[in-house]
Ligand binder design. Structure first.
Ligand SMILES: [Zn+2]
Ligand SMILES: [Zn+2]
Length: 415
């Protein structure tokens, strides 16, 4: 919170220990998305009270498998006013599911089954629901324990598994000339897995200042003759400064370190970014029942660790906003200084739905791991299909020769 007007700014380094800690501590949680009514791990059908609740495939609705009752979960955006007043955001507003991960909070969570009293354990590294093996009650992690596993919101899968499999087959089929035959032979649809991946969805209110030089061509002429003929340009050089105030709504930032930091030597590039965007506006309030039958990946990055990444994204947005205003500098613009001020940001933790198929290609240094990913909302499919080197080389040789041929043709024409 900013100090009241008129009072001098406080330098926390001169304050005694307890006060300093309080001032330097991150802003308190501003949006509480927890659902205390679900905290005992049992999500009951509002009509019959059964606990066997799943997402109705292809929709955002929940369905009771016992009495077939269906109901719609609340959209987080509506419930917590997340789309509003972005231009007035000040400071850092963090939803409860996006708060800092506490190192001492266990990933294995135990629940006492309210059906039979048995102890049921959920490993939140990769699952958020479990069925009691004694009485078949379904328990889910709905309590917002600060271990990174429970976000504020979830964007449910709309693309069904058989649809995802068809899209993956089509993706590989289209590239069949290059695809490794072993990949095609060993393709096993049962290994296509639905995974919820952790993202921070950020709104921000920011300003940027950029300064540099732009050139406008005033004259073009030739000097000399024959081999010494040169084309010369005259240009006016202008010092440029631009200021831009802007907001961003629902910027997705990956919040799993393992995924944000893929080793490209043993792993192909991060393909998840290639299947964006997701319609995050339609995300619903967290309810573990949406994760029944899917696996999930825990968030391991906090707001402060992601802030530099946010600033990079905001600066590139600012640069693109400025482009139109410098169109008349036809000889180009060189930006020499950039400054960004983030007036306010709002952070919500969300699970996004992705169908994943992975394939290990044997080779030196442990080989390569390839992925094909399908956006669980739009069906957008992207991936890296392993190729046989000789096929690629042959293709490159053929195309290369062909291009050279064209290039010679053009040169022959002009000289
Ligand atoms: Zn029911
Ligand atoms: Zn039980």
């Amino acid at each position: 919170m900013p100090p009241p007007p008129g009072s001098p700014p406080i330098d926390p380094t001169h304050l005694p220990e307890p006060l300093r800690k309080e001032i330097e501590a991150p802003d308190p949680v501003a949006i509480d998305t927890s659902a205390p009514e679900l905290a005992d791990g049992v999500n009951r059908c509002p009509k019959c009270g059964a606990t066997d609740i799943v997402q109705k495939p292809g929709t955002d609705q929940l369905m009771c498998r016992y009495c077939r009752n269906q109901w719609t979960a609340a959209r987080v955006e509506d419930e917590f006013g997340l789309g509003e007043n972005i231009d007035q955001l000040q400071g850092t507003v963090i939803a409860s599911g996006a708060s800092d991960i506490k190192a001492d909070v266990a990933t294995m969570m135990s629940f006492k089954c309210s059906g039979c009293g048995a102890e049921v354990t959920v490993n939140t590294e990769n699952a958020m629901t479990a069925r009691c093996h004694w009485c078949r009650h379904v328990l889910g992690v709905n309590e917002q324990v600060p271990n990174g596993a429970v976000p504020d919101a979830v964007l449910p899968f709309h693309i069904k598994k058989d649809d995802a499999i068809a899209r993956i087959r089509q993706f590989v089929g289209k590239r069949h000339f290059f695809a490794l035959s072993a990949f095609k032979e060993q393709f096993s649809p049962e290994n296509v897995l639905g995974v919820y991946l952790p993202y921070m969805i950020v709104d921000a209110n920011a300003s940027a200042d950029v300064a540099g030089h732009g050139e406008i061509k005033t004259r073009e002429y030739s000097e000399g003759s024959g081999d010494n003929k040169k084309t010369l340009y005259d240009a006016d050089v202008y010092a440029l400064v631009r200021h831009v105030d802007f907001t961003v709504d629902d910027l997705p930032l990956e919040s799993s370190g393992a995924r944000g930091n893929l080793d490209t030597r043993t792993n192909t590039n991060n393909i998840i970014n290639t299947i964006l965007p997701f319609d995050t506006k339609n995300a619903v309030k967290w309810n573990a029942s949406y994760l029944s039958g899917f696996s999930s990946e825990k968030r391991d990055r906090n707001v402060e660790q992601l802030r530099p990444h946010l600033e990079d994204e905001l600066l590139s947005i600012a640069r693109s906003r400025v482009v139109d205003s410098v169109a008349r500098f036809d000889r180009g613009v060189r930006w020499e200084q950039e400054g960004l001020e983030v007036h306010g940001s709002r952070w919500v933790a969300m699970y996004l739905p992705v169908w994943l198929y992975s394939y290990h290609q044997p080779g030196p240094n442990g080989g390569m791991l390839h992925y094909i990913a399908v956006n669980g909302r739009t069906g957008e499919t992207m991936g890296s299909v392993p190729v046989e080197m000789w096929k690629l080389l042959l293709a490159a040789f053929t195309i290369g020769t062909f291009l050279e041929f064209i290039a010679f043709g053009i040169l022959g024409h002009t000289s």
